[in-house]
Design a protein around this ligand. Structure first.
Ligand code: IFM
Length: 449
């Protein structure tokens, strides 16, 4: 996989998210978010870690833009914190919050780095959660207002908009598994939240387009190729259910097919309440699909009461099956990315695809001021190889964003997992480019691997 170039106009980026890097949670009028509440609740995050300071990006954003300029990337995907813009979710607009993103966008453009802005990467204003959060239909309406406010301010300069990041995680992990904010454990509520997230995506699209002329609008889904653990009929059916639950539940409605019937039948009376016109709203045309890919999922039938009666292999089982696993316990399989991209192209044919996140956490060691993260280089290189293969077979892949620019707050894992190509020394807030950053710099500079 050496010496393979990408198209000249290929977008090379890095990605982050507001709560994971900004810190400054009580500054300049920012209101509390559900992640402030969740991370401050004892027992919810590793070590009781919170995003109070995180990477202190709110104060160090100029240095971080310089870091990206040094890396040579031509794009940066970041998210806007809704509680900075509207501290109570609705009501008064906090211009100081908008000013922060305004300055950031200007600095990026001056550095010839194209901003890709995600409007929602999980930091819902707590005030909206207090009124029911995503399970409440009003939150979708409030999201449209928020999207309107942000795009009125930034839409003249930002031309790539991502409505939501990983609605599967925000809904199912946050409202059914309970290990993300708001920490609920109720499948019916989770499915209602998922519906309102999707609805708000579609409803916001027209505001984005009118405030940001000639912009491109997309949504980012975390997708996983699903394989059965054996060739038994039960495992094959379990894999189909899991694919429906994780992938098709979001892809099908966004691409105008409504919710998949096989999964609807499985959910039965857990199905969300919908109103006439919702399906059409969710299916508002998109200009690109953002895909976050980390790992494939191997599934077997389960007798227990999981929502779709299936379970995924454990990390030990993946390792026993021959997979390398990351510090998250996730199996590494670059070939599965090619499978995923071709499947999406064949089944849904989006006008364009960006890999909006891809990367891995490993147990990085800072030795004599350096981090030799050879496993991460291998991971990124193999996945970029798969991305290049996808271009060869006609997938309209327009760009790639490494997750993440720097080590940051990894949600319930706190600061214990490092995904960055730049090492964050949390004691000093020093940023130390890892070997993978130097490697990525060469890839980007040379336009290929
Ligand atoms: O850190 C997260 C990110 O916020 C969303 N996608 C997956 C990453 C790694 O877990």
């Amino acid at each position: 996989m050496t010496g393979r170039t990408f198209p000249e106009q290929f977008v090379w980026g890095t990605a982050t998210a507001s709560y994971q890097i900004e810190g400054a949670v009580r500054e300049d009028g920012r209101g509390p978010s559900i992640w402030d509440t969740f991370s401050h609740t004892p027992g919810r995050t590793y070590n009781g870690d919170t995003g109070d300071v995180a990477c202190d990006h709110y104060h160090r954003w100029r240095d971080d833009v310089q870091l990206m300029r040094d890396l040579g990337v031509n794009a940066y995907r970041f998210s806007v914190a809704w509680p900075r813009v509207r501290p109570n979710g609705g009501g008064a607009i906090n211009s100081a919050g908008l000013d922060f993103y305004d300055r950031l966008v200007d600095a990026l453009l001056a550095a010839r780095i194209t901003p890709f802005v995600t409007l929602y990467h999980w930091d819902l204003p707590q005030a909206l959660q207090d009124r029911g959060g995503w399970a409440h239909r009003d939150t979708a309406e409030m999201f449209v207002e928020y999207a309107d406010i942000v795009t009125r301010r930034l839409g003249d300069r930002v031309k790539h908009w991502i409505t939501h990041n990983e609605p599967w995680v925000a809904s199912l992990i946050g409202h059914f598994e309970g290990i993300h904010a708001p920490g609920l454990r109720d499948l019916r509520v989770a499915l209602q939240a998922a519906h309102h997230l999707l609805l708000s995506h579609g409803m916001a699209a027209s505001a984005l387009r009118s405030n940001s002329t000639h912009c491109r609008v997309g949504i980012t889904l975390n997708l996983t190729p699903v394989k059965p653990a054996s060739d038994s009929q039960a495992d094959i059916e379990a894999a189909q259910r899991y694919d429906g639950f994780h992938n098709r539940w979001f892809l099908d409605p966004v691409f105008g097919r409504g919710y998949p019937e096989d999964v609807q039948a499985f959910y039965g009376n857990m199905m969300p309440e919908m109103q006439p016109g919702d399906a059409a709203a969710i299916a508002a045309p998109i200009d690109f699909l953002g895909i976050n890919y980390y790992f494939p999922t191997i599934v077997r039938a389960a007798r227990d009461a999981t929502p779709v009666a299936c379970e995924t292999l454990t990390t030990d089982e993946y390792a026993a099956a021959g997979y390398t696993t990351t510090a998250m316990g996730w199996p590494v399989d670059a070939g599965a990315l090619l499978e995923l991209l071709t499947r999406i192209q064949n089944d849904y044919a989006p006008p364009a695809i960006y890999i909006t996140e891809n990367g891995a956490a490993f147990d990085d060691q800072l030795v004599n001021g350096e981090v030799h993260d050879t496993q991460r280089i291998a991971y990124l290189s193999d996945h970029l190889g798969a991305a290049r293969d996808a271009l060869d077979v006609g997938v309209p892949l327009w760009g790639y964003f490494a997750w993440s620019l720097m080590d940051n707050f990894e949600w319930s894992f706190g600061y214990s997992k490092r995904f960055g190509i730049v090492y964050t020394d949390y004691a000093t807030q020093q940023r130390i480019p890892k070997a993978s950053a130097r490697w990525y710099q060469q890839v980007v500079g040379g336009g290929g691997i």
